[in-house]
Ligand binder design. Structure first.
Ligand code: PHE
Length: 344
């Protein structure tokens, strides 16, 4: 047995010396020290030895086992460092190489405009509506009925609405005013919200009109809200959005859901005079409709119009962006020509 142990030791030391890398060293370790190795089997044979032999052979086995282990450990350390070094050298980054050009993206000019407008109204105390109160695919009830637009009323045609073929009474909303009715039905005054989003109308597409565009609706309902508040808030918005120098005008108007109603125009900064594609040569571009919420609308959603009053407004985002950045064609927002988008 003693000879066998010495033979195995000799053999193992030789193979450890011959090992050239971590992998071959691991193989040697498996061959000589694993559970099923010949060396381990010798340990199992200890029980058949005589009482005199047992301590001698036991001590020898332990000695050889720890000798082989430490030889392997030693070499392991050397190989590990060597291989790590090689890896680090081969993975060295060449900092003199040119990097790949990755162009920086940014938000769409419409998103940027919406963010800007929302921020201004936040400053004025309006908070963003919950999205479920402002759906794009809407029931006629919220887009029209609850906004004091009776069935068969010509006002429904004014906003050339897209109806869903398979679902009666479902429309692509023609105005963000649907948010007014939903908000008022689901909360009690004081209400002070804004609701940005897409709207759809069956328009002839031109430099100033598109089938799809964006609006921001605003609604303020509380006790003692007056036309003076409406004017104050909208003038302040215009001052903050355009800066103080932009001429504007209030004009009386009509909407079924507000009484009295107004529209606000901003001077056309791109005006090419007579035949201007933006303002039709008038020098002014309408940016929003507004007014005092009609008492019928309040009563229909369960708000007592003898106690509460309110104002609402709806502004066209594309137009606001066009007037701020001197963009002379609404279609530019939707073509996504990178040469246009890059300028923002
Ligand atoms: N919804 C109207 C439109 O799209 C604008 C509006 C909103 C007018 C709120 C009055 C009050 O033309």
């Amino acid at each position: 047995m003693e000879n066998k142990i010495k033979e195995i030791r000799q053999n193992a030391i030789l193979k450890i010396e011959q090992a050239t890398d971590l992998k071959s060293l691991e193989a040697v370790k498996n061959e000589f020290l694993s559970r099923n190795s010949e060396f381990n089997n010798l340990k199992k044979g200890m029980k058949d030895l005589s009482p005199e032999q047992k301590p001698v052979i036991g001590a020898l086995l332990n000695k050889v086992s720890s000798e082989l282990n430490s030889l392997i450990e030693e070499k392991n350390e050397i190989f590990y460092k060597k291989e790590l070094n090689e890896k680090l050298l081969s993975e060295k980054i060449d900092i003199t190489l040119d990097g790949d050009y990755i162009p920086m993206g940014h938000v769409h000019p419409l998103t940027k405009t919406i963010d800007e407008i929302v921020e201004i109204f936040n400053l004025l105390g309006f908070s963003l509506i919950r999205p479920e109160f402002s759906p794009e695919v809407e029931m006629e009830k919220y887009n029209f009925d609850l906004l004091n637009v009776p069935k068969e009323h010509p006002a429904r045609d004014v906003q050339d609405t897209f109806y869903c073929e398979d679902m009666p009474n479902v429309v692509l909303r023609s105005q963000t005013s649907n948010a007014q009715a939903r908000q008022m039905m689901n909360s009690k005054p004081p209400i002070k919200i804004i609701s940005p989003g897409r709207v759809y109308r069956n328009e002839n597409v031109s430099a100033r009109k598109n089938n799809l565009f964006h609006q921001i609706e605003g609604l303020y309902v509380d006790k003692n809200v007056t036309m003076a508040h409406l004017k104050g808030v909208l003038n302040e918005f215009i001052r903050l959005y355009f800066g103080s120098s932009r001429p504007t005008r209030f004009r009386s108007s009509f909407f079924p859901f507000t009484e009295p109603s107004v529209e606000i125009d901003v001077q056309c900064i791109m005006c090419k005079g007579e035949g201007c594609s933006i303002c039709s040569g008038t020098g002014w571009l309408e940016i929003l409709g507004a007014g005092m919420v009609d008492p019928n609308v309040l009563n229909d959603v369960g708000i007592d119009s003898t106690v509460y009053s309110g104002f609402a407004f709806g502004m066209g985002i594309e137009r606001l962006a066009m007037l701020k950045y001197a963009i002379d064609d609404i279609r530019l927002f939707f073509n996504n020509d990178i040469r246009f988008l890059k300028q923002f």
